[in-house]
Design a protein around this ligand. Structure first.
Ligand code: HEC
Ligand code: HEC
Length: 269
């Protein structure tokens, strides 16, 4: 196998890390909507069984979170005596397309908001209710439910204008080496996508399917949980859920999948 310097430097890191083998990138297939230009959804790296599970609502375990979110949507909570439905009405109308646009730069807050932080903003400020904890079952249910309203719609985040500074920070994070293994996101998800790392086929690390049901987790998890996992994998200290670093990174990574369909809840290994 002929390798360029990038792959050779990856191989050194990989030996320390325990990568077993490199596989050819079997990407000759026509992935339809799951591939847009060079962007390929994590879906295209899964086994047929995992894809079948995602495709069928009765088999997709993530649908349980959609159902729970649907119940929460019209549940009154907080001192203002309101539910989400009191203001937003039919989620199929009001939440349609939200997942394609988020995260967004919020002019008032002066920072990036993702779906999770927007939910907590409404809970605290508009319902006078307690915010949900980041990886709580309420938060996962509500985000999965909201993102599901955009199923199949193409990712279309805005990264220019007021969002540009955050986008650049997220991009810098993506290319920065970190952790004991001294590896950046790009070493795995850009330079070596299609390669094998332990038992995993490396994908582009797209987030169009989040919250995602991971067979390994046996539940759905947020984008930030996944970021934390990947940071820990290279033995770097993960950042906090909802941290500015992860908000900016989320915007950048979402942009890397511009045009890919929203798949929430996706099923992954
Ligand atoms: C008192 C009214 C009110 C309640 C109750 C409320 N919201 Fe909101 N919400 C708003 C307003 C106003 C906005 C900003 C304008 C807009 O985008 O609709 C907003 C925006 C949003 C957005 C962004 C929509 C977009 O298109 O950018 C999401 C997502 C959202 N709310 C979720 C929720 C959820 C989930 C709940 C229940 C936990 C909730 N909201 C409860 C008033 C409310
Ligand atoms: C040491 C290699 C490695 C590094 C470095 C790494 N990841 Fe990953 N990542 C993986 C593996 C392995 C998986 C699971 C298989 C796959 O989807 O690629 C994964 C999965 C993901 C997924 C889930 C993709 C999906 O379709 O659900 C995302 C998102 C992701 N990584 C983002 C990142 C980000 C952002 C960084 C940098 C902070 C990063 N990763 C750094 C190895 C890595």
């Amino acid at each position: 196998m002929k390798m360029n310097w990038k792959q050779i430097s990856f191989l050194y890191a990989a030996i320390a890390f325990g990568v077993s083998a490199f596989a050819a990138n079997a990407d000759a297939a026509d992935w339809g909507a799951y591939q847009v230009g060079d962007h390929r959804s994590g879906y295209t790296y899964m086994t047929d069984e995992t894809r079948a599970m995602q495709n069928d609502n009765f088999q997709n375990p993530g649908m349980l979170w959609v159902e729970q979110g649907s119940e929460l949507w019209s549940k009154v909570d907080g001192k203002a005596g309101k539910s989400c439905a009191s203001c937003h009405g039919d989620s199929g109308d009001s939440m349609k397309g939200v997942a394609t646009r988020y995260p967004v730069f919020d002019q008032n807050a002066g920072e990036i908001q993702d779906v999770e932080s927007q939910i907590n903003f409404c809970l605290e400020k508009r319902m006078e209710a307690k915010p949900y904890k980041w990886e709580s079952s309420e938060m996962l249910s509500m985000t999965t439910f909201i993102n599901y309203q955009s199923l199949g719609m193409p990712v279309n985040v805005k990264v220019d204008g007021p969002a540009a500074a955050a986008f650049e920070k997220g991009k810098a994070f993506y290319y920065e080496r970190r952790g004991q293994l001294d590896m950046a996101c790009k070493h795995c998800h850009e330079d070596n996508e299609g390669g094998m790392i332990r038992a995993n086929l490396l994908s582009q690390g797209q987030i169009n399917g989040f919250p995602t049901y991971r067979l390994k987790w046996q539940k759905v998890g947020s984008v930030h949980r996944r970021f934390r996992g990947c940071n820990s994998m290279v033995r770097a200290k993960p950042f906090a859920y909802g941290s500015e670093e992860y908000m900016n990174l989320e915007l950048y990574v979402k942009w890397r999948g511009q045009g890919l369909p929203i798949e929430a809840p996706a099923v992954r290994n």
